[in-house]
Design a protein around this ligand. Structure first.
Ligand SMILES: Nc1ncnc2c1ncn2[C@@H]1O[C@H](COP(=O)(O)OP(=O)(O)O)[C@@H](O)[C@H]1O
Ligand SMILES: [Mg+2]
Length: 218
């Protein structure tokens, strides 16, 4: 027997954490909710395979935390295992962003109340920042996930047909609907951008008349 190289271990374990488009959307929405967001925009391009973007108006990520925000097992939510007894957040394992970086291209734009302007950070496969530049976005955090599973052909195959992609899209719609129901005060917008030629007929029904969940197809 031989021990697997660290890069392979990271890719394999990340692909256990991040398994699908809906799973990425769920992790990113939960991070936004943990950050106290009252407004969340979810955008998918080409069913999320080209780009998944979740933008919130939450508290943002402090400049001192940005170097480790996407490094696996770094979290701002707990410090020790006793904290698990009184969890008040969705996340606590510090695994989502790091795992997404291992299977896609990731950029995070963030601004806290104290920051004068927002900054966009680009991460490498290990979650370390490789570049950063000023951005015009307001307070909150935007996570962009491009080319999901670009280095995992087996996972990408699960989205090889339009039928499978549409099934995945339905799961994203159901997930957003679930958050819209449990958080009626949350402003939730879902936009889908499709390449020319892919026709979609989708409908979202709103169980709560006052719920501001909106849905667009471009
Ligand atoms: N949308 C966001 N708004 C504010 N902080 C965020 C956001 N997304 C991620 N973070 C920060 O990055 C850290 C790592 O996120 P993640 O990998 O999902 O792990 P976890 O949610 O388990 O802590 C979080 O603990 C949080 O401090
Ligand atoms: Mg999280």
């Amino acid at each position: 027997m031989k021990q697997l190289p660290p890069d392979t271990v990271r890719l394999l374990s990340s692909s256990q954490v991040i398994t699908s488009v809906v799973n990425v959307v769920k992790e990113l929405i939960e991070n936004s909710l943990d950050a106290g967001a009252s407004s969340i925009d979810v955008k998918l391009e080409n069913f999320g395979l080209d780009r998944i973007e979740v933008r919130d108006n939450g508290q943002g990520i402090k400049a001192v935390d940005t170097p480790v925000m996407a490094v696996r097992h770094f979290t701002s939510k707990i410090c020790r295992h006793e904290d698990l007894e009184h969890l008040e957040t969705y996340g606590f394992r510090g695994e989502a962003l790091g795992s997404i970086c291992a299977v896609a291209e990731v950029a995070v734009t963030t601004k806290t109340e104290e920051d004068e302007i927002s900054t966009q950070y680009t991460m490498d496969l290990t979650g370390k920042i490789v570049s950063q530049k000023p951005s015009h976005l307001g307070q909150g955090t935007t996570v962009s996930v491009m080319k999901l599973f670009k280095n995992l052909p087996v996972r990408r195959q699960c989205f090889s047909s339009t039928k499978k992609c549409k099934e995945e899209l339905k799961k994203v719609q159901d997930l957003l609907m679930a958050y819209a129901i449990i958080k009626p005060e949350l402003r939730l917008i879902f936009s889908l951008m499709q390449p020319l030629g892919v026709r979609l007929s989708l409908q979202m029904t709103f169980p709560l008349a006052e719920n501001p969940l909106q849905f667009f197809i471009y």
